[in-house]
Design a protein around this ligand. Structure first.
Ligand code: URA
Length: 261
């Protein structure tokens, strides 16, 4: 019987050699993700930046250092948490992920969620948040928790946002301080049997992955880069408004997703 580690290794191999979108042509290394496969907490960022692309590991730059501090503030070590991104390859000049790139990578993230089966997912930034909170504004819902089929999902600002906007630093620290209580609640839920079923999820084999992962989309030309490096603030006057943020509608009611305090 194939073990979780073998499944992860297979998946990481597929990701490292993936050519489903044009980012495969510009990456140095794909960044599948890392962490224990039995982690209770999974952090999902946006996409690798310059340092991550060089090293093939997630969150190794300045925002990664801040993420480690935030996790420590929540009583967690970085080593105890599974960390990955929506995109596995760096967009040129750290521009925002394109919809077809998110689509191309989405199956990898779903497989990682199946494999790790975390109790709590922390989304870091708009792009991972959109998987569970489409059309919600992060300014309205950050730090709140939503239970989705027994999975507790907590949207947070991206740590890099605090490097750009100093006032978000304390917001992130305060939001992460809520994680221990959320984790307790999620653990209790699973013990009660109301959470995700703690049985071995059905996993595709590499052969199935290879079949599944044939390109389903047109490969685009990467558009002109317009983002600042992920860990560095944009020069004044060159900040590019996010098209996604502009399209966000105000949340109907924060209370709808605030399950408990
Ligand atoms: N930002 C991300 O979203 N992910 C990383 O891995 C690094 C920076």
């Amino acid at each position: 019987m194939i073990t979780a580690v073998e499944r992860a290794d297979e998946l990481y191999d597929v990701i490292r050699t993936c050519t489903l979108c044009a980012l495969s042509q510009t990456r140095t290394n794909a960044v599948p993700g890392e962490g224990p496969l039995d982690a209770e907490v999974m952090c999902i960022g946006e996409a690798p930046g310059l340092n991550e692309d060089k090293e093939g590991k997630p969150f190794v730059g300045a925002s990664g250092q801040f993420l480690s501090e935030l996790l420590a503030a929540a009583g967690l070590t970085r080593e105890s948490v599974y960390i990955c991104n929506v995109l596995k390859c760096r967009p040129p000049s750290n521009r925002d992920p394109l919809p077809n790139e998110i689509e191309a990578c989405s199956e990898y993230l779903d497989l990682q969620l199946d494999l790790v089966d975390p109790l709590v997912v922390i989304t870091l930034g708009r792009f991972s948040m959109a998987k569970w909170f489409p059309k919600q504004a992060i300014s309205r819902i950050h730090g709140n928790v939503k239970e989705v089929d027994g999975l507790f999902v907590v949207p947070m600002y991206h740590p890099a946002a605090a490097l750009h906007q100093g006032n978000l630093r304390q917001v992130l620290i305060d939001d992460f301080a809520r994680i221990p209580a959320i984790l307790e609640r999620a653990r209790a839920r699973r013990v009660e049997g109301q959470g995700k079923v703690a049985t071995e999820p059905v996993q595709p084999t590499t052969a199935e992955l290879a079949v599944d992962l044939t390109p389903r989309i047109e490969i685009p030309n990467p558009s002109a880069a317009n983002g600042a490096p992920r860990d560095e603030p944009s020069p004044p006057g060159q900040q590019v408004p996010s098209p996604v943020e502009e399209r966000l509608e105000p949340a109907k009611s924060v209370e709808q997703i605030r399950l408990f305090e």
